[in-house]
Every structure is written in structure tokens, then in C-alpha cells.
Design a protein around this ligand. Sequence first.
Ligand code: HEC
Length: 455
Amino acid sequence: MYPLFEFPTIGGGMIIALIATFHILPCHLATGGFWMAYFLERRGHADNNQELLDYIKKFALMILIFCFVLGSITGVGIWFASTIISPRAISGLIHNYVWGWATEWVFFVIEIVTIYTYYYTFGKVAPKTHMRIGLIYAWAAWISMVIITGILAFMMTPGKWLETGGFFDGFFNPTYWPQLFYRTMMMLAISGMFAAVMAGFMKAGETKDYVVKTAGRWGLGGLVLGALFAVWYYFKLPATAHEILATIPYAAMMFKVSLIVGVIVAIYFILLIAGRTALVHPVLAIAMVIVLFVGIGGGESVREFSRRPYLMPGYMYSNQVVAHDLEVKGIKSELARFQEEGFLQSNYFVPDEWRNINEKNYLQVGMLVTKANCVICHTMEVDGRSSLPGLIASMGIPGAEDLATFLETIGDDYAYMPAFAGNEIERRAAAAYMASIVPNNEEEPPTPEWVLSGE
Ligand code: HEC
């Protein structure tokens, strides 16, 4: 295990989720936008419509600025945040998919080269050549999605990889195809939204009407097909994921948020198709982007919740403890070892004076063990997100002995929480610490003897 990184009150998971939501909008636009640009440019040349060509040039420039600045910064941000919050997740991905990432970066370089070439050769090379450059970009960008989706889906449903450890067994896993089709459709819907925003800056007339209608059609088509693939995706998720969405209020709420946003955005696209050109007024169109953004946040939260209690289902828990043997890679379960030999003895980054629990340090060690187990999903602050003291208080079991029993059953009774990784005395120390952070705890604090008698 690496040293812990704790993000108080907000929680590290939320930080990653926020950055990811900011990333998804630009990156789906970057992958989808040029299919639309290609379609419109062909039309522009066929009709010899300079106004439409000017629009596409601006469209491409805005993709270049928005996606390649915001998208790249947030992409690096995800790597950075995940590396400090869940270093072992990143390590696991690198060990298995370094060639996947390398391949993806090749396509990313192609994207960067072609988008600049596309923009700076606008009107300077033959239309056919120019459109080909756009098409190369569109393919390269989509292929980068084809690759990333495999790695993302692997973290949801690793499938046969758990037995074989094979690159492609993990890559083409049970949720790969539904997720790829779903994301492909969403990229077209997001491009439709972007086209509408950009149309808001055109002068009124036939070309604008045409662009608005096309934006609405692409948007609605993408959204409706995307919803169908999302249903397929949903049914491919494991039973625990369905249970989580049905029982955890936050996950259920996020699910609803994404559905409601889907309906609002669909209505917007229908109105665009019906010729309500006034709706692309920049203020309104940008407000719709914000609505879409909220929906993406909801959808991604659902995705994150669905793999609980795992980072990589069947292998590593969210708190980075290896939960099961992975025979094919020669990896042994740490959970079993931590429960027998103890967490403190098995980890390098534990201060020496904390390796053995005594009556002076048991609360501090309890804090360490609690955080190592729980802080990836819960905050320790009373007013924090998914607050541990808050949840304990509302369950009404603030006594240390009850908490110790709770920790013993946590992996069995709650499908979405990992089993406690620690031995008996560590469990008691953690329970003592947990009791100490519950506000206005009326239970007697545990005695050091009780904690130490766990040995
Ligand atoms: C993989 C994420 C995850 C981890 C790790 C995790 N929990 Fe939870 N826990 C949850 C979720 C999700 C809930 C549902 C409540 C919510 O929305 O926050 C929950 C609920 C709880 C509750 C309230 C249960 C109830 O019946 O009301 C307690 C208490 C709790 N967790 C304690 C812990 C403790 C202690 C640890 C560490 C030993 C821990 N959790 C680790 C995700 C996690």
C-alpha cells in the first residue's frame, strides 16, 4: 500500500468525479464533432455555400480551443488526481494496458496534427483534400474512443481477464460493446448540442435554419440510440450494480438526474428540428450545455457507483486492498493476510511507533486503520460528504463495541462496502476511533484494556 491521500470534507472520489465530468464533455465533442463537420462541409461544397463553410471553420476552431485546451488539461488532471488518490488503480492499469494507452496516444497525435492541418488549410487546398483531412481526424478521434472504452469498461467488468489475465479478454469484456455504442451515440448528441451553440452566432437565414435543424437531428438521433444502448449496458452490469442503484439514495438520485436531463435535452432537440431557431440564442444554448453537463455528471456517478466495492471488480477493492487471489498473475489476496497478520505489520508506510498498538497510540492507530479502509468513500468530518460520523450517528450504533461488530460484518451485510482489512485488535482500535469522532456521543468511551484484549 502507498501512503494515504485524504481530501477532507469533499472526499477524493468526488474530486476525481468532478474532473472527469469536465473532461467528458470536451473529449466526446472532440471525438464526435468532426463527423458532423465532414457532413456539413460536404454539403457546403455541394451547394457552394460560403456561409456554411465559414460556420464550419469557426466550428473547427472552437473544437480546437475548447477540446484541446480544456480536454487536455482535465485529462492530465484525471491522471494526476487518480495517481495520488488511488495509486494502485493506476499501477494496475499501467501493468495491464500500457500498450493500450500507447496505441491511444498514437491516435491522439494523429488527431492533433490533423486538426491543425484542417484548420490552417481551410480554403487553401482542394475541397476533396480538405474533407479527407477532416475525415482522418474523425476516424483517429473515434478510434481513440474505441481504445479507451476497452480500458474503462475493463474497470467495470473485467470478465474473463480474472481467469486468463489476457489483454484482449479484459479489453473485450462484457460491457465493452454496449459502452462503445453508447459513447459513440453520445458523442454525436454532444456534437449536435455544440453545433447548436455555434449556430447561435450566425445571422438569421436559410443556412442558419439548415444548421439548426441538422444539429437537432444529430442530437436527437444520438440521444435516442444512446438511450437504447444504455439500457443494454445496464442489463450487462452485475447484480450488485443493480442493487446499488436501487438501494443507495445518492446513486438512485444521480440515475434520475441523468434520465431527467436526457428528457429535457431531447425536447430541446425536437424543438430545433421543428424549426425553433430562436432557441439557439447563445444564452439559452449555453444554459442547455450546463444542463447537459449536469446529466453527464449524473451518468458518470452512476458508473462509478456501479463498481462498488471495487476499483477492479473481482480483484481490487475501492480502498486498494487486493480482495481476491489472482492466480494467473501470481497475486495473493491481501484481505486474508491483513485479517490474519494485521494491516500494520504488512505495510511499509506505517510509522514505526504505530506498528504495535498500546494504550497511548490506539486512537491514532485506529484513525490510520479506519482511514486506510474507509476514506476512499467516506469523509471523517461531521459535515463532510458521505460523512462517517454522520452515518454512524444516524444508524444509532455509536458505541465502540457495536462498531467493532459492525466492522466484522461489513463485507457480508453490505454488498457495496469492502470487508474490513485488519485483525481483531486493529478492528477494535478502529472502532474506538470511530466512536471518538461521533458528535455528542453519549456512549461510554471504550477502555484501552478492551481494545488491547483483542490481541
Ligand atoms: C466502496 C466504497 C465504500 C467503502 C470503502 C466504505 N463504505 Fe461505508 N458506505 C458506502 C456507501 C455507498 C454507503 C451508503 C450510504 C451513503 O450513501 O453514503 C455506505 C454506508 C455506510 C454506513 C451506514 C450504513 C447504514 O446502514 O446506514 C456506515 C456506518 C459505513 N458505511 C461505514 C463504513 C466504514 C466504517 C468503512 C470502512 C471500514 C466503510 N464504510 C467503507 C460505501 C463505502
